[in-house]
Design a protein around this ligand. Structure first.
Ligand code: CDP
Length: 225
């Protein structure tokens, strides 16, 4: 496939929770002058709104209806604000209640259909680094680079636990590890666009690697390729 021009470049970064996708994607996007699109945040917004409206999370048709009628907007400045129907929900979408319910919501075809449409629209605005679970396999199958990040479950849970501690959330390592394992299971086993590397993805195990090292590997790949 012919590689796109820099300003229209598409870089897909997929992988399970805590593999380092968003940290790496954010830095790489900035250094390459591309938009960063956090697709997980979109699934979190719909989950947040369903919980806020007290919709039963296992009611597929009601949750899909919410997805269709919700306006999700990303601010591409450094503040990275996420808006849900005009409300700033940047912090709220990271709470444990949303994390616990999001994989159920993300398995609904109606929710995915609507959010994939938004994700592809974001990619049409210009070059993107997009992270998620199905970017290389489904959202941007023609991406110029596909990277699948992994790490051991222990390291992923430890990273996420440390992140939550830093932001003042009172959760134990054990709770984080259990929630994450369940989310991985749901994401991997779902029928529509399950979490898996694309056939042409480069798989990178991030266990024991520091952020700088990972970013420089990815930049070398993109700039050298
Ligand atoms: O940041 P973290 O890895 O915890 O998760 P996230 O990227 O915020 O994604 C939250 C959830 O959204 C995932 O566990 C998936 O259930 C879902 N998701 C998805 O199904 N497809 C995507 N492209 C992105 C996220």
């Amino acid at each position: 496939m012919k590689r796109r021009q820099q300003q229209a470049l598409q870089i897909a970064i997929d992988g399970p929770a805590g593999a380092g996708k968003s940290t790496i994607a954010k830095i790489a996007a900035k250094q390459l002058g591309l938009f960063y699109v956090d697709t997980g945040a979109m699934y979190r917004v719909i989950t947040y709104k369903a919980l806020k409206n007290r919709a039963p999370i296992d009611d597929e048709s009601m949750v899909s209806q919410i997805a269709k009628s919700t306006e999700v907007v990303f601010d591409h400045s450094d503040k990275r604000i996420v808006w849900c129907d005009g409300e700033d929900v940047t912090q709220e979408i990271r709470c444990p209640e949303v994390s616990r319910a999001v994989s159920v919501v993300a398995a609904y075809p109606g929710v995915r259909e609507r959010l994939v449409e938004l994700q592809r629209m974001e990619a049409e605005r210009g070059g993107v680094v997009m992270d998620g679970r199905d970017i290389g396999t489904y959202v941007l199958p023609e991406a110029d680079f596909k990277i699948f990040l992994t790490a051991t479950p222990e390291e992923r849970a430890r990273r996420r636990w440390m992140e939550l501690q830093k932001s003042g959330k009172d959760v134990t390592y054990q709770e984080v590890a259990i929630d994450m394992a369940e989310r991985d299971r749901l994401d991997t086993e779902r029928v529509v666009s399950p979490l898996k590397p694309a056939k042409d993805a480069i798989i990178l195990d991030t266990t024991g690697l520091c952020i700088e090292e990972l970013v420089s590997r990815i930049l070398a790949l993109v700039q050298g390729g």
